[in-house]
Design a protein around this ligand. Sequence first.
Ligand code: IFM
Length: 455
Amino acid sequence: MAKATMYFPPDFKWGCATAAHQVEGGNDKNDWWAWEQGPGHIRGGQKSGKAADWWGKGFEKDMDFAAQMHNNAHRLSVEWSRIEPQEGRWDDAALDRYRDMLKSMHGRNIEPMITLHHFTNPVWVAERGGWETPSTVPLFERFTVKVVEALKDLCDFWITINEPNVYSILGYMRNVDAHDPATPQGTFPPGKDDLKLALAVVDNMLLGHAAAYHAIHRLQEQARVGLAHHMRLFDPFRPGSLLDRWVAGNRDRIFNQVVIDAMLHGKIGRPIGLARRVRLLRNTADFIGLNYYTREYTRFDRSRADTAMFGSAVPNPQAEMSDGNYGEIYPRGLFRVLKRLGSTGKPIYITENGLPDADDDQRPCFLITHLRQVWHAINQSIPVMGYYHWSLVDNFEWAEGWDLRFGLVELDVETQERRLRRSGELYGEICQSNKIDTDLVQRYAPEMVETLFPG
Ligand code: IFM
């Protein structure tokens, strides 16, 4: 066995990512809380409830774990419905609470990155049409201004919006995987099935991103602002089939490329067909935030002439899957998307990457193999500046409720007791030493040694 070491750059950001609704708990003022009350919306009728109790004592406990893992960064989100529970009524106590959180992170040498919108809307915004209407854009801009004014002495690293593509597809397109077969619409609120609306929602969110981007820069000169973009690989099921390649290409354009073209070139409009260019949207990424999880195999399917545009996702029998069939574990895909983003010339932060793995039997290997791809990308001069693992602690996984466990820290939701998983110990060693070597792999994922260090 050859001994070798993969070193990461000295100023590399090592952290985890979380989102307000998934960890804070006890907030009945947003559309997700309302959605959770509806029958068939969340697997097994589960609810976010207290979540990881970050609005109570949970935040400090989990930051202690982040510090124990030698994290020097953390991505968290602020909850619009707490800060503006009714239109134009601002809750300064909520902003103070976020100030305390940020101070507490700085006290542990953890640099915050703040997401301004991560899937949830205040109920009053949802009632006015949410992102279906462009009138939400100025409301989001006003919210952004309020937050940045209140927090800018404690944070200059911002994500405007998380995953507009996922938000729109899951909220506005028929989903055969919905839990209640009687209501096979989107699995996210508002649970509609309307392609036209889905496209409008993405456009409005991208306009919201642009408005927030400029607002932040007006208030904070040194700010670094980006959007967290979920990218997946869409590979043709039969590589030799022109039709499979055609549908895979379509999916790739709609899911991956639309958002990139918007941030870089200001292009919005129909993903297939005529686009319009919006000057204010052009070049609104100081960096690209990449959320990477998995790849999908796609095959041409005559029966899916609907919103699926003749494509069906098909399972790859050879693939290693994570819990609940969440997705194929495909580390090479991370390199492939990093290489693609590298051609934009923008710095890249991996703002999410992880897997559901309740018994932690796949996560150590997942971490090592994915970080190896990051290392490989850096060695090819792709400017990857940081990695934020999803997630720090088990949290409320939207329509999947508590069934999928993404945390490096295991959480008992009832008792709120926590335990660092073995993968958390591994991640801690990597963050502390800034490297992965043969000895570490031997201890945490011995089955990978020969593959990673052949010879
Ligand atoms: O939990 C989600 C997160 O909110 C957005 N990106 C994907 C994660 C795992 O599904």
